[in-house]
Design a protein around this ligand. Sequence first.
Ligand code: TRP
Ligand code: SF4
Length: 377
Amino acid sequence: MAEGAGTLLDPWGTSHVKDYDELMRQFGIEPLTNELAERLPRQHRLVRRGVIFGHRDLQRIIEAIERGEEYAVITGIKPSGEYHLGAKLTAEEFIYFQSLSPKAFAFFAIADLEAYADNRLPLEESYRIAISNLMDLLAMGLDPRRVYVYRQSVELPVLRLAFIFSRAVTYNTMEAIYGPRPFGLYFSALVQAGDILNPQLPHHGGPKPTIVPVGADQDPHIRLARDLASKFREEFGFVPPSATYHRLLRDLTAQEKMSKRNPMGILHLSEPLESARLKVMNAFTGGRATAEEQKRLGGEPEKCVVFVELLTAHFLEDDKLLKEWYWECKTGRILCGECKARAWEIIGRWLRDHQERRAKMRDLAERLLEEKTLSQK
Ligand code: TRP
Ligand code: SF4
């Protein structure tokens, strides 16, 4: 798609969204209005702060919560590396939707096939990283009693669904959604549609509302899954899957997408504290050229990674404190060095607590995945 003709979302590469309103109009994503958000039993930080900006059919999930009816929440991870801040967003949303109702059941797909197709990651390697990712999820509060964890490569019902779906998809459809790609990626996309509709198969209790919390760049997958849900509605009774969308955040150096090629930009959840501290202290800010200027003009928190990404999106829960912090910066009462040191106290504490909890989760993580693997044989 030509520049200017709209946004091209690339779920496997680097997407950058300039204008979220335009994106929503282009693809028919609904804005997440206050009216709808207020019907959620509890508003997550990411909802309150507009990091989650849009949705498709979220009302279907809210209705299920209100009526005490079952619904599924599904996410997947390409286990190509340790959890970092980008993955943390989806993980938190996943856990949040699981926690909103005792009738919610979570599905966690380890996308080892996609990691193989996209990154040539050997399946055994995926397994090791997946355990580590699962430890992070458990440490962040995933309820192990209401989650089904599986690997794409051995999940026969999902693979079978992908194959059935392929009947209704031509090369032209795939090219229109994803651009020209190797078939491995097209196949991964069909498997992901299988992941998303898996919770609605008979052995998981049949059709039900399903929510998929994703970053904006994953919308092509959501559109494909919704299209397939309607094409196979008669056969399977699928309810079209719902989705929520979060903004794509910048990395610590203000690059638009986390890239492994820029290690100073990425904060891993299992990162040693000293290196995490260094990264935070070197993060891109909205500070002025000199201290004198900053005292006079104030900082620019809306441009600042410390303020926008680290505090607002990730680490500062307290809304009142966040607002005060904004004004302290804006009026030049605080300078970046002191501000980052203060931010680090909060971030460092979060990481330390997280890592302590995480270290105790290995057995549980292995068991969650093992149980599944055995029953496959
Ligand atoms: N494509 C997703 C990623 O790159 C992983 C994924 C696989 C997924 N299956 C899924 C996400 C189902 C949401 C729902 O991380
Ligand atoms: Fe960012 Fe803090 Fe500097 Fe303001 S004072 S620009 S919030 S680092």
